[in-house]
Design a protein around this ligand. Structure first.
Ligand code: SF4
Ligand code: SF4
Length: 135
């Protein structure tokens, strides 16, 4: 099994945990680094209002920071599910979280409870079996 396949299996494997136990912490806490188009997709008509409130910052021409700590991502519904989960334009950051596969290693998001409480351990073991480190 390739590393990205393991990561995808792991992301799918924790989906119930994400909704029922974690309540989509990563969509409610912190900052998302997004492209201009991704910001539009996520916030739509709320963009001007969120900019006024200082919740969207332009980092440079390509990267915008959307704060989801004060107000959850507008695409998160009341049942802690992502309304654009199946949209092919959903940000790669959202698709990859909490496992970012690099050459020979995997970055596991330190803020994710599933990374820290053992929920992802069986997949970490699979990564190690193919020679990948978890950092
Ligand atoms: S923080 Fe981790 S466990 Fe929580 S919803 Fe995000 S990926 Fe799932
Ligand atoms: S787009 Fe979906 S997965 Fe990404 S932060 Fe918003 S609700 Fe979460």
């Amino acid at each position: 099994m390739e590393a990205e396949e393991i990561a995808e299996e792991a992301r799918n494997g924790i989906s119930r945990y994400c909704i029922e136990k974690c309540h989509a912490l990563c969509c409610r806490y912190g900052v998302l680094a997004l492209s201009n188009e991704e910001v539009d997709l996520l916030v739509g008509k709320k963009r001007k209002d969120l900019e006024k409130k200082g919740l969207i910052h332009k980092k440079n021409d390509c990267v915008f920071l959307l704060e989801v700590g004060k107000k959850a991502c507008p695409q998160l519904d009341k049942k802690f599910m992502c309304k654009i989960h199946k949209n092919p334009l959903r940000p790669k950051l959202c698709c990859d979280f909490p496992l970012f596969v690099q050459r020979g290693f995997v970055v596991a998001a330190a803020s994710c409870p599933a990374v820290n409480d053992g929920t992802l351990d069986k997949w970490f073991e699979k990564f190690r079996e193919i020679g990948y480190k978890i950092i």
